[in-house]
Design a protein. Structure first.
Length: 387
């Protein structure tokens, strides 16, 4: 039976993530050290787990409101106000989602119609493009450069805006580069956003993981609150990847429409997980600090080690990735990653997986133990010497 004739062209136009391809290849190489997946190696803190257990014991196994437990939305509202000085009403301006990934999908599907253009900085997270295609939109890639520490420049952004542009994805701190945007750099974007009447989807899932710099929420930039949809979640900051909990915070005029898409898509996030998220927000600050300190040690070690090998590498200030250039080797990103895996037994992600502007780079995640990083560095050094 020819199933392809039943499949939509939009589904055919998207591809399986290269990240998962390389992650799965690790299993074929015995003893390989993986720096592939951007997932905390810490387990969820015990007090957060216990909150979910208690929720189960108390019979909290029923649906919650579509937007999530009101108590959780109150805590999210409080968190955003205290951390980033951005205010959202828990009654109408916050939606709890199945991770930040579902939040991205809901935002794009609510805002993007057939033919609308979505500006996506490159390199960046792999999900923005397929979500845009599935919504019928057109991804438009805005390059960022190593010499700018991969921050989005206002003058470059403006070159890619057309009369079809509707939405800008603003993914900082950035996956895969580890780049951050300073308050000053964000302020330079604001006049352009206003001039062209755009909406911004600020994916701030790594907002708690910055090193030596403070995260600035784009919604906190003057005149940008009304134009910003803030996306965040619990996976990275609280080591809760498997819980699949995220959220959208936006003006009521947008959330009331997004809630419909969310409602018919998933109904609501898992109830016991929402109770765990309440505990995380109330009592998880120390967990964030401890994990961030450990990530910072790993960040410095990996960055300094790669630089000492002669790899051209800017110092990342956010998330948990290093994005070194491998152009000096004469290999493409894909060739380098495959050779390093099979010959050096270290798995990394080719930069081209994150867009054309990532070609010539590879992503290395330091969300793994120092022991693994030390072994990976030894193997990379040997591999490069052989090259």
């Amino acid at each position: 039976m020819d199933y392809q004739k039943y499949v939509t062209q939009r589904a055919k136009d998207i591809e399986i993530s290269t990240i998962r391809y390389f992650f799965n290849m690790v299993n074929e190489v015995e003893g390989a050290v993986s720096l592939c997946i951007g997932e905390p190696d810490f387990t969820t803190p015990a007090h957060i787990n216990q909150a979910a257990v208690e929720a189960l014991k108390q019979g909290h196994t029923f649906y919650t409101p579509n937007a999530g437990l009101f108590e959780l939305r109150q805590e999210i509202s409080k968190y955003l106000e205290e951390r980033y000085k951005i205010s959202y009403k828990p009654e109408t301006e916050i939606i709890v989602t199945i991770g930040a990934s579902q939040a991205i999908d809901v935002v794009i599907r609510t805002l993007v119609e057939s033919g609308d253009e979505v500006l996506i900085p490159q390199p960046s997270f792999v999900a923005y493009k397929p979500c845009t295609i599935l919504a019928g939109g057109k991804p438009v890639y805005v390059p960022t450069y190593q010499e700018d520490d991969f921050a989005l420049r206002a003058d470059i952004l403006e070159r890619y805006i057309t009369d079809r542009t509707k939405l800008l994805i603003l993914p900082y701190p950035n996956n895969p580069t580890g780049a951050v945007m300073t308050k000053e750099a964000l302020e330079e974007l604001a006049p352009i956003i206003k001039k062209y009447d755009l909406i911004v989807a600020a994916d701030e899932i790594y907002s708690e993981l910055t090193y030596g710099v403070d995260h600035t929420a784009f919604a906190g930039i003057p005149d940008m609150w009304e134009r910003t949809v803030t996306i965040n979640g619990f996976s990275k900051s609280y080591a809760m990847t498997g819980w699949r909990l995220g959220y959208i915070a936006a003006p009521e005029g947008l959330t009331k429409e997004m809630l419909k898409v969310h409602q018919y898509n998933v109904t609501c996030a898992a109830t016991m997980g929402q109770y765990a998220a309440i505990e995380a927000l109330r009592n998880g600050d120390a967990d964030i600090v401890n994990m961030r300190m450990e990530y910072d040690k790993r960040r410095k070690f990996l960055y300094e080690s790669l630089s000492s090998m002669g790899l051209d590498c800017f110092e990342p200030k956010g998330a948990f990735y290093v994005f070194p250039s491998i152009k000096k080797t004469g290999l493409s990103s894909e060739e380098f990653a495959q050779k390093l895996l099979w010959e050096g037994k270290v798995a990394v992600i080719p930069g081209g997986s994150f867009g054309e502007n990532g070609q010539g780079f590879v992503r290395m995640a330091y969300a793994t133990s120092m022991e693994n990083l030390e072994e990976a560095v030894k193997r990379i050094r040997i591999f490069l010497n052989k090259l």
